[in-house]
Design a protein around this ligand. Structure first.
Ligand SMILES: Nc1ncnc2c1ncn2[C@@H]1O[C@H](COP(=O)(O)OP(=O)(O)O)[C@@H](O)[C@H]1O
Ligand SMILES: [Mg+2]
Length: 380
């Protein structure tokens, strides 16, 4: 009983004191708060301050429902999120209000015995207020961020589908005549083995076919690619690819060393894997073509342990930063004048469809692309 009487008297005294001094409090608070001159609505901040102030008076007087404080906190969180203003300023301003009130409470003539519980109450209300506002603000921001991400991935998909449409008509218009030209060049070579330039023409046409096929892969990426799964000798595929690129390797004065353990058979789609190794080697050649200081080198290593097979392709050209490495597997990221930026994106999709992983590491004079497959990987 005694505590109740004491409580009533002290609490009433305080609420009266707060009521009488409302303007002084709010004015002094307003002078010290942090505002963003461009974005903040100062009128609104003052109004919110007054609402919070009254809330404190109410909560000193009676048993208090959390909902009122929550409502105000949520309203402010929404306002700040809409105006795109940091929540930090808000927290600072709220705590400023808290300390002004607490200071005044100390100065009022409330009995020392009552002081502690009053201050506890005020602190509790301010803590709740901050908690509700910050959680709501974070929630709103998360939703916004999520919407943005959905938008980005949607526009990413749109770009891919445009690319898909482009490339399927592109493929139809170019691939068929290209295949017959390649065939006729072969015939020409059979009939006139000593005719010059035919090898170069074949080589160029094959490169063109490779580029077109690369687009075809991207456009088909989201549909089921009809693939032919077979057991492939890694050794053979890598040899074929190096052979195919031999002219560019010689042309760029590159020394290729291979370290391939013999008899590694992998199960998968040969054309797709060839496409991956071609992409990686062409990128390595491109990187080395800019290399002026070192003797240009590419190393191809294939190894296997109990449960994985790995293939690494490295070169000693200029290195990539960590930030760049994050971007290179994205579609359309290219630093080359004539680059498409889809090579590594296609590689990643193909490797993932073989249950494998592809990664890149880069230090000074050594950039490595490493592919790992689980043994018996291709249950596509
Ligand atoms: N071996 C490498 N060394 C240095 N940079 C590389 C290497 N491979 C790829 N890159 C970087 O990754 C980018 C994307 O490669 P890719 O997807 O194959 O597209 P593109 O070759 O058309 O540019 C390249 O433009 C280049 O900046
Ligand atoms: Mg490339």
């Amino acid at each position: 009983m005694e505590t109740n009487i004491q409580k009533n008297s002290g609490y009433k005294q305080l609420s009266q004191f707060l009521k009488n001094n409302e303007n002084t409090f709010i004015d002094s608070w307003e002078k010290q708060i942090v505002v963003n001159n461009d974005k903040d609505d100062k009128e609104q901040i003052r109004k919110n301050g007054i609402l919070m102030y009254q809330l404190i008076i109410d909560s000193v007087l009676e048993d208090y429902s959390d909902d009122t404080i929550k409502l105000l906190a949520h309203k402010i969180a929404q306002e700040r999120a809409d105006a795109n203003i940091n929540i930090g300023d808000f927290v600072y301003n709220v705590n400023l209000g808290r300390s002004i009130i607490v200071k005044q409470v100390f100065l009022s003539r409330i009995l020392v015995e009552e002081l502690q519980s009053i201050i506890d109450l005020i602190n509790k209300q301010f803590d709740k207020f901050c908690y509700y506002a910050v959680s709501k603000y974070t929630e709103i921001k998360d939703i916004k961020l999520n919407e943005k991400n959905i938008f980005i991935s949607q526009s990413h998909k749109d770009r891919l589908s445009i690319l898909g449409q482009m490339s399927s008509s592109f493929v139809h218009e170019f691939r068929n005549p290209l295949t017959s030209v390649i065939g006729f060049v072969k015939l020409l070579k059979d009939n006139h083995p000593s005719m010059p330039y035919l090898d170069i023409i074949s080589q160029e046409l094959e490169q063109l076919k490779f580029r077109i096929t690369q687009f075809l892969h991207t456009s088909k990426m989201n549909t089921v690619i009809e693939s032919k799964i077979e057991s492939i000798s890694l050794n053979n595929v890598l040899e074929e690819v190096v052979h195919f690129l031999y002219p560019s390797i010689v042309d760029n004065n590159i020394e290729v060393t291979t370290n391939i353990i013999t008899d590694v058979e992998v199960i998968g789609d040969k054309n797709e894997l060839k496409q991956v190794f071609l992409n990686l080697l062409i990128n390595a050649i491109d990187a080395l073509s800019e290399e002026k200081e070192n003797k240009r080198k590419i190393n191809i290593t294939a190894e296997a342990d109990l449960d994985t097979i790995s293939v690494s392709i490295s070169n000693n050209g200029a290195s990539l930063s960590t930030d760049e490495i994050k971007l290179i597997f994205e579609p359309f990221y290219s630093t080359k004048k004539l680059g498409t930026g889809i090579g590594l994106f296609v590689c990643k999709k193909i490797i993932e469809s073989h249950n494998g992983k592809i990664s890149c590491t880069s230090i000074k004079d050594l950039t490595t692309f490493k592919i790992t497959f689980p043994i018996n990987f291709a249950d596509k």
